[in-house]
Design a protein around this ligand. Structure first.
Ligand code: FES
Ligand code: FE2
Length: 384
């Protein structure tokens, strides 16, 4: 976030603190329970959001060097990302053009090519088919047209977005709708990947996103984890197209009053939550970045899979740095995995009980309202 924006947002948070209020929506919003239980809606979401995209995959530092590769299967199609010798990043369907075997697994470094484990067709880092054993038996199939199927990919602001559908190009700045100003200011291209954990839970993917979109529950559900760190029920809200930014205040924020605005660093005294629509949650956590990438799994309705990553501004080179980041990862998991998600699984089961047709997002939960209105607007705009 640019300094001038930090000052503006910090003033807002300090005013909320003084007047004991928070960013408020115009009214209460009733969200239909079917949003979390409808197989028809889940199928439309899968097609539109997860199959077509674009989706944010993570930070550029996941693949820093030429020959680094990463496979990604969360969106429902097998994807292979490869850092090119010229430093650019490309993505392909991880599917051999001979009979469809997977070319690569997991992540790796120093690849010079990808040799299929089934019959040995060999592809360059750029996806071109370089060689196939017993070439004469395949001579009538044009080699030049047998490269890996490429996926549209954009790398910008230190982040990677791709579409899992070949040919489904996108304009990321148009989609970010102004949020790129914050992203550019974070200089994420200089960040380092510390750790990623994969989680699977029995909840609709949107329930997992919802977890991050209000601070109304902090002192009730998290009295021993993040409750003591952040003020409860106090946050800003700003929409950027379908994306959003919600800033919570650390209990240290009052220290800003003791210095001139020119010296204010709001990032140190806040947690800045951004939703990169639809399924990515970025959280600037004072001295590091946490990201959540959340996908429907299994039947797509009441199961989801996600990966949570911790990124740091400096590489973790010392034991004390590693202990510090490990403690942050543990706090994140103690909060979300041990406190939020068990409760979320109970909600998901309750959705099927018939207790109610809607759940309620209060005026103090504008981020939740915006996220769900955006999901519905996107589905409606696609004819769903
Ligand atoms: S499936 Fe890849 S070489 Fe046959
Ligand atoms: Fe929570």
């Amino acid at each position: 976030m640019l300094h001038q924006d930090q000052v503006e947002q910090a003033r807002k948070l300090l005013a909320y603190l003084e007047t004991r209020t928070t960013a408020l929506a115009d009214g209460v919003y009733r969200n239909p329970v079917s949003d979390y239980t409808s197989p028809q809606q889940a199928a439309r979401e899968r097609d539109l959001f997860f199959r077509r995209g674009p989706l944010c995959i993570g930070l550029s530092c996941l693949l820093p060097k030429a020959g680094d590769f990463l496979t990604h299967d969360y969106a429902g199609v097998p994807i292979l990302l490869v850092r090119q010798p010229d430093g650019s990043l490309r993505a392909f369907l991880n599917v051999c053009r001979h009979r469809g075997a997977r070319l690569a697994e997991g992540r790796g470094a120093g690849a010079r090519d990808f040799s299929c484990p089934y019959h040995g067709w060999c592809y360059g880092l750029d996806g071109a088919l370089l060689a196939r054993p017993d070439e004469s038996s395949f001579a009538e199939i044009d080699k030049a047209a047998s490269g890996l199927r490429e996926l549209p990919l954009v790398e910008k602001y230190g982040l990677i977005w791709l579409s899992p559908t070949p040919g489904a190009g996108f304009d990321i700045d148009a989609l970010l709708a102004g949020l790129e100003r914050d992203l550019a200011a974070y200089r994420l291209e200089s960040y380092h990947h510390y750790e990623t954990r994969v989680l699977q839970r029995r909840i609709n993917w949107k329930v997992a996103v919802d977890t991050f979109l209000e601070l109304y529950h902090l002192n009730v559900l998290h009295p021993r984890t993040v409750g003591p760190i952040l003020y409860t029920n106090l946050a800003t809200f700003d929409a950027f197209g379908r994306n959003l930014r919600m800033i919570g205040a650390r209990r240290t924020i009052g220290e800003l009053r003791e210095t001139s605005e020119a010296a204010w660093n709001l990032i140190r005294h806040s947690a800045v939550v951004c939703v990169l629509f639809p399924n990515t949650v970025l959280i600037m956590q004072g001295d590091h970045l946490e990201t959540w990438h959340i996908f429907p799994a299994g039947n797509g309705v009441d199961e989801c899979q996600m990966y949570a990553s911790l990124y740091t501004p400096e590489p973790a080179l010392t034991d004390s740095a590693r202990r510090h980041w490990d403690r942050n990862m543990e706090l994140l998991m103690a909060t979300v995995e041990k406190e939020d998600f068990p409760l979320s699984e109970g909600m998901q089961r309750g959705f099927y009980s018939g207790a109610q047709q809607d759940v309620i997002f209060g005026r103090n939960e504008p981020s939740l309202q915006h996220f769900h209105k955006s999901v519905k607007a996107a589905l409606a705009a696609s004819g769903g």
